[in-house]
Design a protein. Structure first.
Length: 257
């Protein structure tokens, strides 16, 4: 079928105009997530509702933003097998003085190709009380195979694995390890956090020379920055000149203003 010349020009013009229309149409902005005034009000109220942080304490990640947090007592992955009393949010609180020393240690670890991972920092007294209550129940051995396979639960208290008071409650103690900056993997320390047994001693004979070197790397930099270790737990360090050497705090682990 032959299209008349006038009709052909008209069709061409129409096609051109419609193409121009769709091409030049101003793109609609992507729908932005805009908080409704009510939500904004709630958020502001929520921030205002937060209690002020206890004097002399700070959020560990405010001081060391790239620290990895794996707050074990906020999870089931600990020797008790449940979230521990007093851990209301998976954050790490620490005294400002300890945070400042830890920051310097963290900077040194960075230069060597590592970042720090925190398992625990400030621990409220009510969490320690929870451990003590747990230790008195011989029937509750849910996590025995992972954390204390060779220890009778009844001896956990006398062996010192659980005590009525913890240095952590004074706010200047951390449980930590190292993570390789390149691979993102935890450094092999030859034993895991909170394992009740000889292998947790820093200089245990049950680990390889390389694993011992890794533990010593962690320990030496922490010691050089003002912390002291304990022999029985390669992951545990306390600030030498801690600001509250005789105070066992009990405020919960959570976000503060
Ligand atoms: Zn510890």
């Amino acid at each position: 079928m032959k299209i008349p010349k006038k009709q052909y020009i008209f069709i061409c013009l129409l096609t051109l105009l419609s193409t121009l229309f769709f091409t030049c149409r101003k793109p609609q902005p992507a729908q932005q997530e805009r908080l409704s005034p009510d939500t904004e009000k709630q958020t502001t109220l929520k921030e205002a509702d937060l209690e002020p942080l206890p004097d002399g304490f700070c959020l560990l990640t405010d001081s060391i933003p790239d620290a990895i947090l794996e707050i074990r007592y906020y999870s089931d992955n600990n020797f008790v097998g449940t979230c521990i009393d007093g851990y209301e949010e998976p954050v790490a609180l620490i005294t400002q003085k300890a945070a400042s020393a830890l920051r310097k240690a963290s900077d040194e670890f960075h230069k060597k190709g590592y970042r720090i991972k925190i398992y625990d920092a400030y621990r409220p007294q009510r969490a320690v009380d929870h451990f003590v209550q747990w230790s008195k129940d011989p029937a509750d051995t849910a996590m025995k195979s992972v954390f204390y396979p060779h220890i009778q639960k009844t001896t956990i208290f006398s062996r010192g694995y659980v005590a009525r008071k913890s240095k952590h409650s004074r706010g200047s103690t951390v449980d930590m390890t190292l993570v390789d900056l390149k691979t993102g993997k935890e450094v092999d320390m030859g034993g895991s956090f909170d394992y009740f047994g000889d292998i947790s001693r820093t200089k245990s004979e049950s680990i390889t020379a390389e694993q011992r070197q890794n533990r010593l790397l962690l320990r030496n930099i922490m010691v050089a920055n003002g912390f002291y270790p304990v022999q029985g737990e390669w992951w545990h360090f306390t600030l030498c000149n801690e600001p509250y050497p005789n105070t066992y705090f009990d405020f919960p682990v959570k976000m503060y203003r």
